[in-house]
Ligand binder design. Structure first.
Ligand code: DX5
Ligand code: ZN
Length: 217
């Protein structure tokens, strides 16, 4: 079984609580909450107040918050207070990575670090021992529904091997972008243990069945 973190970006925003319950009941391990600021990426989404409402409605759910914003350090406390379980930010952002990881831990959350397709996996190495999650983007961040970039697979293999060397088999190795029934098996074989899927879950005729199928691949 592979853990699935459905991306709410492709859910029905008029019924977010219901969409979350549907995928959690189908076995989703966490809920992927994409935050975009229109600056780090050319798109805007939702922020801490929406997370807070969802957290209040679903207090037992683990929220996997993916910050695609230029200055994540300034928003760590707000997302932690709103109910984030894991806060992932981008290595390419303007915030210093070490300090941001410390702030995430101080706020009581798991820390994740993400890389865009153009960033080599080696860039994550100095931080790997301090992270709960490493996120390899398999599309350029900003929009759902893009095609999976196979170059992500080599990065996953590399990070999986490095995590083993560090004695961190429990590290979440997450892949995000274009993950569906066709691309998920290769991600899993490459060492990913947490698959983000937006379109493949929420645009499927039966999102619960889509979660179960992806988890079983
Ligand atoms: C894209 C977001 C993703 C997105 C994935 O920048 O980080 O989480 O929702 O969507 P799909 O699964 O449709 O590629
Ligand atoms: Zn994401």
């Amino acid at each position: 079984m592979t853990s699935i973190s459905p991306s709410l970006l492709s859910a029905d925003f008029s019924a977010l609580g219901r969409e979350c319950r549907t995928v959690l009941e189908a076995g989703a391990r966490m809920l992927h909450f994409d935050v975009m600021d229109g600056h780090f990426v050319p798109n805007l989404t939702v922020g801490a107040p929406v997370l807070q409402s969802l957290h209040q409605a679903l207090p037992d759910a683990l929220f996997d918050v993916h910050l695609m914003i230029s200055r994540p350090l300034e928003y760590v406390k707000a997302f932690a207070a709103a109910g984030a379980g894991i806060i992932t930010f981008h290595l390419e952002s303007e915030s210093p990575a070490g300090e941001t990881i410390e702030a995430i831990h101080a706020a009581g959350c798991g820390a994740g670090l993400a890389i865009r397709p153009g960033t080599p996996a080696e860039a994550l190495l100095p931080f790997l021992g301090r992270l709960e999650l490493a996120l390899v983007m398999s599309v350029e961040p900003g929009f759902g529904g893009q095609a999976f970039q196979p170059a992500a697979l080599k990065k996953l293999q590399f990070l999986h091997a490095e995590a083993q060397k560090l004695g961190r088999p429990g590290l979440w190795l997450e892949v995000d972008g274009g993950v569906d029934e066709h691309t998920a098996p290769a991600c899993r074989q490459a060492g990913a243990n947490l698959l983000v899927a937006g379109t493949a879950v929420f645009r499927a005729p039966d999102p619960a069945a889509a979660v179960r199928r992806l988890a079983a691949l």
